[in-house]
Design a protein around this ligand. Structure first.
Ligand SMILES: NC(=O)c1ccc[n+]([C@@H]2O[C@H](COP(=O)([O-])OP(=O)(O)OC[C@H]3O[C@@H](n4cnc5c(N)ncnc54)[C@H](O)[C@@H]3O)[C@@H](O)[C@H]2O)c1
Ligand SMILES: [Fe+2]
Length: 380
């Protein structure tokens, strides 16, 4: 393939007063009774009120989205939408709430079960409007055509990929993430970093995704420690919100690779938070990937403000050391052992990870099941 495409939410609204745009969007789309899809963390912190206070139409709230949500949650939320007679979806939350909001908006007009639409390009159309407001920085879900659902029966994470999951409007305000618990700031921030790094070394990268990925890496390296140390540092929150959006645009188009593929079974089987499982696998997978794209690591190092020399391999080694240190400072536990995973589970984890061909095919180095086992072993 010698062309690349670029997709995004239709309109991106950013900045400290971005939320003001919500009433305009509601009016523009003639929305009369939206369903606000959110979760208990966003409600209990009071952050949801930033949104509810702006709504001048009747609305309903579905506030029971679970972290790393299951497939069944989509069906439940669709049922509530129909019962209330809602006419649009406004997702407010981290990746979990946004992914449910995206699925509900796209599937509410379709017949069939949610399972029928898992995989790539199974959805034919979206009948209603979809606005999303992220509260973590983050998954980038506000601009991707992907939703990730937990498949409890198979102990796996499943992806739904369709351009009909792309929102009409993404409103990205730093005010929404100020209430994030420190552990969520850290894990979701590292997830955004993984998105940017994996997009930058993806075999499907383009000049457009490269520019977004590199600058996202720079912004995260500079601002995630500040947002973690000082939760109400609005400038750091704003930079992180923008970085997460840019990383979302980068990976939404270039794809993520083996870090995510190896993190999925950890989320599916051990219910590890998405950002934590990615942080855990990141340095170990990257070490394997250097061979496929050493020169790219020099640019990554520069974006991280690491001193570089002429040798790409030693620059790559510095990036990997830097990542270990970065995650340690953010108090993200390292090592599979710390999560109570038995070493004897590694072969089964590798068998699950090798199935994630959707992502492994983007990776700069082809991995066999034996390679994957070795990586888990190193990360143990
Ligand atoms: N669609 C995509 O492109 C994409 C990309 C990456 C990850 N994901 C998915 O996103 C999910 C993870 O999302 P996440 O990391 O944003 O976390 P999350 O949405 O699961 O939220 C984590 C916790 O933080 C709380 N929280 C979130 N924002 C808050 C706020 N402002 N104040 C107080 N509490 C808050 C939530 O209530 C929850 O308890 C996973 O299911 C993952 O698979 C999707
Ligand atoms: Fe991710």
């Amino acid at each position: 393939m010698n062309f690349s495409t670029f997709k995004s939410a239709n309109k991106l609204v950013t900045g400290q007063t971005a939320l003001q745009y919500l009433s305009q969007a509601v009016e523009l789309f003639k929305i009369q009774k939206p369903l606000i899809v959110t979760d208990q963390g966003v409600v209990k912190s009071g952050t949801i009120n930033h949104v509810l206070d702006l709504l001048q139409v009747e609305y309903s709230v579905y506030d029971t989205v679970k972290a790393e949500p299951e497939i069944e949650q989509v069906q439940d939320c669709i049922h509530v939408f129909k019962q209330n007679g809602n006419d649009a979806v406004i997702g407010v939350g981290g990746g979990s709430a946004l992914d449910i909001a995206k699925c509900v908006a796209a599937l509410v007009g379709q017949s069939g079960s949610v399972q029928d639409f898992l995989g790539t390009d199974k959805i034919r159309q979206r009948d209603i409007r979809l606005i999303v407001i992220p509260t973590t920085a983050g998954t980038g879900s506000e601009v991707t055509n992907i939703a990730i659902l937990s498949d409890t029966a198979n102990q796996m994470k499943q992806g739904m990929v369709s351009d009909f999951l792309l929102p009409d409007v993404a409103i990205v305000s730093p005010l929404m993430s100020v209430s994030c618990p420190a552990s969520v700031t850290a894990a979701s921030g590292v997830d955004a970093l993984v998105h940017a790094v994996e997009a930058y070394i993806s075999v499907n990268r383009s000049d457009i995704t490269d520019a977004l990925a590199l600058d996202a890496i720079r912004l995260i390296a500079e601002n995630l420690p500040k947002a973690y140390a000082l939760p109400d540092h609005l400038e750091a929150r704003e930079k992180m919100a923008t970085a997460s959006l840019m990383a979302g645009l980068a990976f939404g188009n270039a794809g993520v690779g083996a870090v995510h593929a190896l993190a999925y079974p950890l989320g599916g089987k051990y219910k590890m938070a998405h950002g934590v499982s990615n942080a855990l696998m990141l340095p170990y997978v990257l070490k394997w990937n250097v061979m496929g794209c050493a020169e790219r690591f020099t640019r990554i190092a520069q974006a991280m403000n690491i001193e570089t020399g002429a040798d790409h391999n030693s620059n790559a080694a510095r990036v990997i050391e830097w990542l270990h240190d970065f995650c340690r400072k953010l108090n993200i536990p390292s090592g599979l052992r710390a999560f109570g995973i038995a070493e004897t589970d590694i072969p089964a984890l590798a068998m699950e990870a090798i199935k994630v061909e959707r992502l492994l095919k983007n990776n700069p180095r082809r991995l066999t099941v034996q390679d994957i086992e070795a990586i888990y072993q190193e990360a143990y």
